[in-house]
Structures are given as C-alpha cells and as structure tokens.
Design a protein around this ligand. Structure first.
Ligand code: CP
Length: 306
C-alpha cells in the first residue's frame, strides 16, 4: 500500500503487520541511548496540519526523526493558505521541494483522499473532519494488545461523543477487523444517523455496560464541532456519561481505561480515573511514536532493517 487513508482500508494482515512492526521497533530501540534508526535516511516527511494538534503532530515528527528522515512541519496558520492557496497547490508546492510523504490533518472529511489523487508520494491521514484518524486507532489497538495480551474477543465500550469522533470511527473499523467486540455508549443526540449500519452494539446506559467491558474508551466531548441542541449541559452529560471513581469501581479487575486526548477532565473523565493505574492514557501517547514509525517505515520502504 502507498497511503494510509482510513482504518476501513486495512485488513487483518495489514493491521497486524503494523502492530508487529511497531513491536519490533520498540524491541530494537529498547535500552539504546540513541533512539534512532537509519531506515529513512534521505527521505522527507511533511506534516501538513490545517487543524491544531499536540500528540499527533509531535509524534509524527518524532517518528520520522527516529527513522532519520528529514521533517518539515507545516501549519496552515502563518502560511500562504491565508492568501487563498488551495490544499492542492500547497501539496504540489511541498512535493516540488522534495517531500516523499505528506501527513495531513484537515477539518474536511475526505481531504486526505483528495490529496492522494494529486501527489505522487505517500499520504497519511492524521485526522480528517469527523471521518477517520487511523493511526490513533492503530496505537489504541497496540496499547490494548500490550496490556491485555490479545485483541480477539476483547469487549470494548466506546463512550461519549461518537457523532463528532473520527477516533470512534477508526476504532470501530479496526477493532472489528482485529476481532474485538464493540459497544457504543452515548446519548441519542451524540450518535450518527447511520449507527444502525455500524458493526457495533448500541447502549444508552453506561452503568449497564461497564461491568462487562475489558476496555473502556472515553471520547472527548467536541465542543468546537457542537451545536447547543446536541448537548444539554456539561453537568448532565457528566452525570450520565462521565467516568468517575464510583463508576470505575464497577469495572472488572483487569479492565483498562483509555482516552485519545486531549481530555476534558471533570466532564467525560474524572481526574482520579485519568490518573489511576487502570488508565493507559500516557502509554497510548508513547505507543503513538512506535506505531507511527511503523506506518512510515512500511509506506516508505525503509532501506535498512529495523
Ligand atoms: N489524539 C489526538 O489526535 O490528539 P491531538 O489532537 O493532540 O493530535
């Protein structure tokens, strides 16, 4: 494959190859003082970000640097996008300067697919509108496998603002491909119209789902994409769908709590849960670098073994 545009494109063999490659990279780097491999020396990766990011942009930058690629960070703010330059012209300009891969985050669903038609190099979707965020789902799957030792048959509760969540969409497709069972828990106003065609169970009752879950994946309430009619009040949301210490006590002994970040502490997740031993939130961020190294390595065809 040349691009990574959506989790829905990955079959079980593709996804497993990414997770296994990330594990090999982790092993190769473990205990090394200089955490760097020479595999993408001479290649150039551009981070093309039209929306803000902390985790994804920095971890793609670290991933490319740890593979010895040159990295350019492009933020739409402060660029000629403000003069009206289109996504296509921006991408062609970057490619003319020698980029081999473009990692793109964009507010419009489908923007990475358009980009893939215009450029010769690889395109990696780093989050497009409410559509997909495939590397987030891959790092989440990697984290589940690392903590629980398996993905097949794992029961995942995906909780919260599913309507606006590209993380939810990518996780549903990838987790199902890898054999996990997914239950989506949300108020009806925060579920997409087409939820009936997703390969998931749907529940409106978080307290009923928690005791049966191996993984509870909390989603950020995306106020910036929200219309007031979707969302009664933060207090009411938190009372019905927030994960606090009392609710966490209903989980089985080995269950883990995940969140892709950034978190609204005190709304969808209480601080005592986010900072608890069940939480994998910090591990997810660390695993993001290894998984993104694996994605860049596999797409760009490293010239040295990892
Ligand atoms: N999880 C995630 O995509 O975070 P950022 O928006 O900070 O990249």
């Amino acid at each position: 494959k040349r691009h990574l545009l959506e989790s829905a494109d990955l079959d079980r063999a593709d996804a497993t190859m990414v997770l296994d490659t990330a594990a090999q990279i982790d092993q190769a780097l473990a205990g090394r003082e200089v955490k760097k491999l020479p595999t993408l020396r001479g290649r150039t990766v551009v981070n093309l970000f039209y929306e803000d990011s902390t985790r994804t942009r920095i971890s793609f930058e670290l991933a490319a640097k740890r593979l010895s690629a040159d990295v350019i960070n492009f933020s739409a703010k402060g660029s000629s996008v403000s003069k009206g330059e289109s996504l296509k012209d921006t991408a062609l300009t970057l490619e003319a300067m020698g980029s081999d891969a473009i990692v793109v985050r964009h507010g419009a669903s489908g923007a990475p697919h358009r980009l893939a038609h215009w450029v010769r190099g690889s395109v990696v979707n780093a989050g497009d509108g409410t559509h997909e965020h495939p590397t987030q789902a891959l790092l989440d799957a990697y984290t589940i496998r690392q903590r629980l030792g398996r993905l097949e048959g794992v029961r995942v509760a995906l909780v919260g603002d599913v309507l606006h969540s590209r993380v939810a969409r990518s996780n549903v497709w990838l987790l199902r491909t890898l054999g996990a069972e997914v239950t989506v828990v949300a108020p009806p106003t925060l579920l997409p119209v087409g939820i009936g065609s997703w390969p998931v169970e749907v529940s409106y009752d978080l307290d009923a789902v928690l005791p049966k879950a191996d993984v509870v994946m909390m989603l950020r309430v995306q106020a910036e994409r929200m219309n007031a009619s979707y969302f009664p009040s933060a207090r009411e949301y938190s009372r019905r769908y927030g994960l606090d210490g009392r609710r966490m006590a209903a989980l089985s002994d080995d269950a883990i709590v995940m969140h892709p970040g950034p978190m609204n502490r005190g709304m969808e997740i209480a601080a005592e849960v986010a900072d608890s031993v069940r939480s994998t939130i910090v591990e997810q961020v660390g695993n993001g670098v290894s998984v993104r190294m694996a994605v860049l390595y596999l797409l760009l065809g490293g010239n040295e073994p990892a």
